[in-house]
Write a protein that binds this ligand. Structure first.
Ligand code: SDX
Length: 437
């Protein structure tokens, strides 16, 4: 395939030559940051060919205005705002608002959002009883996905979003209740009484209050803990067409409602290759800390392909994940503020140092991703490991909502339905039961 940019025509085209076919010209689309894509939407009708791309590493599924990543340069921007600026200057709710509605909120818009989040922070009491049915050892991600769908049973009016007001209400419910569901499932797993949200508290402070307050022991999260949690959520808020966001768009493309679509996103995020990696990282570091393995032994196992280095590698970032750099610095600051040391941090830094000076990892462009240091930050806040991926889901909720809404509003939207290359048996006759061996 060759591309030519005909100066007389405003658009570029790619010339594709296929065996036994006349050459075709395919439109080349150029994105805001000069990314180039060959538009193959007419390829099959023009040539009878489809493309094949295992894991979609080279395939754009959509046009999107939400997030831009340059994996070679370690650039992450949401609606044009650099992640470094958002991490340093915004609250999670400001970033969430901007992701969903496209602009940073004014003071009035932010106040309205905060009021809506407070208004919708409680769960219907009928929902509360669902927690009684879960066993204490139930996985929090299973509970989260189930309870998001169960939530929609109490709000049937939000299954068909007719207007902006409906969407705003559904968004506020999801952003607010996802915290309450997560905290209730944690308390349930410990057999503790649930703690209702406190309308006087900020988004992150309220979550920590619901997680850790006890009737007989006063609890107030420190300013540093609340700020660290807000930063964690900002860094997880959206990330282009990752597996779980692509899942939310896929489900939403069938015109499934917002609750069903993000519940599916929770399930995709659960996998250890995706959001579940933040739990695997801590397990890996704890094994090393317990003396079960040394850093060098883990690295050797990885190089023999007996083990994945959890929290390392990324489909898009090939030099560094900007979020990992910010999280590493945030961990240092929080531990210092709390006057504590975490041996897992020293092990993580040692592992990073060994791996990033080893040709095996350098050749494969493997560096720490968002999950490598995030768990150490959550540990320092007091969040238990089995809640780590739930925390990722709370952070990613605005990104999922923003992407679902982009699909929902798209006047040219089509149901996502990839093609395939069939590799099974050719046509063969039916064999009656009595003749089968
Ligand atoms: C997230 O997409 C997103 O944006 C995701 C995310 C988000 O914000 O939504 O950023 C969040 O999911 C981060 C990733 C969390 N997962 C992990 O930490 C799990 C460990 N990482 C790997 O499983 C892997 O790196 C992936 C899944 C993240 C990426 O997989 P790819 O792009 O399919 O990479 P690949 O399998 O093609 O790897 C290329 C080579 C292979 O070796 P060779 O066959 O060339 O010899 O690198 C190796 C892989 O075996 N490799 C690793 C490795 N990751 C890749 N080897 C050891 N340890 C690893 N972690």
């Amino acid at each position: 395939m060759s591309t030519n940019s005909d100066v007389s025509s405003p658009t570029q085209t790619a010339r594709l030559e296929l065996p036994g076919k006349d050459p075709v010209q395919l439109p080349v689309e150029v994105g805001t940051e000069n990314e180039h894509a060959v538009d193959i939407s007419k390829l099959r009708s023009q040539t009878g060919y489809i493309t094949l791309d295992n894991g979609y590493g080279n395939t754009g599924s959509c046009r999107s205005d939400i997030t831009y990543i340059d994996g070679e340069k370690g650039i992450l921007r949401h609606r044009g705002y650099a992640i470094e600026d958002l991490a340093a200057s915004t609250t999670f709710i400001e970033t969430a608002y901007m992701l969903i509605w496209g602009e940073l909120p004014t003071a009035d818009q932010l106040e309205t959002m905060r009021r809506l989040l407070t208004e919708h922070e409680l769960l219907h009491e009928g929902l509360r009883h669902h927690f009684e049915g879960f066993p204490p050892y139930g996985h929090p991600m299973a509970m989260l996905s189930a309870m998001i769908n169960a939530c929609s049973c109490y709000h049937p009016e939000l299954l068909e979003l007719e207007d902006e007001h409906h969407f705003e209400e559904a968004t506020a419910k999801l952003l607010s209740k996802v915290r309450t569901i997560a905290a209730f499932s944690y308390r349930k797993s410990l057999g503790l009484p649930i703690v209702y949200p406190d309308p006087k508290r900020s988004y992150c402070n309220n979550f920590l209050h619901m997680m850790f307050s006890l009737p007989h022991v006063p609890y107030e999260p420190t300013r540093e803990e609340v700020r660290a949690l807000s930063l964690f959520l900002i860094l997880h808020a959206d990330h282009e067409q990752n597996c779980s966001t692509a899942t939310v768009r896929m489900v939403g493309s069938s015109k499934a409602n917002l609750f069903a679509s993000v519940a599916a996103g929770v399930c995709a995020l659960w996998g250890p290759l995706h959001g579940g990696a933040n739990m695997r990282v801590i397990e890996m570091l704890e094994n090393i800390n317990a003396g079960d393995q040394s850093v060098d032994q883990v690295v050797e196992q990885v190089k023999k392909k007996e083990y994945l280095l959890w929290g390392f590698g990324h489909r898009v970032y090939k030099n560094f994940d900007p979020r990992a750099l910010i999280l590493k610095d945030a961990v240092d600051k929080l531990l210092e503020a709390k006057g504590i040391e975490d041996p897992l941090l020293d092990i993580a830094k040692q592992l990073e140092s060994v791996a990033t000076h080893d040709d095996y990892f350098l050749e494969r462009k493997l560096y720490p991703n968002v999950d490598f240091y995030s768990g150490i930050l959550l540990r320092a806040i007091g969040i238990p490991v089995n809640m780590f991926t739930v925390m990722f889901a709370i952070g990613r909720m605005p990104g999922w909502i923003a992407n679902w809404y982009e699909v929902h509003k798209d006047p040219n939207g089509r149901i996502y339905r990839p093609r395939q290359v069939y590799t099974g048996p050719a046509k063969r006759p039916y064999v009656p039961l009595e003749e089968r061996q």
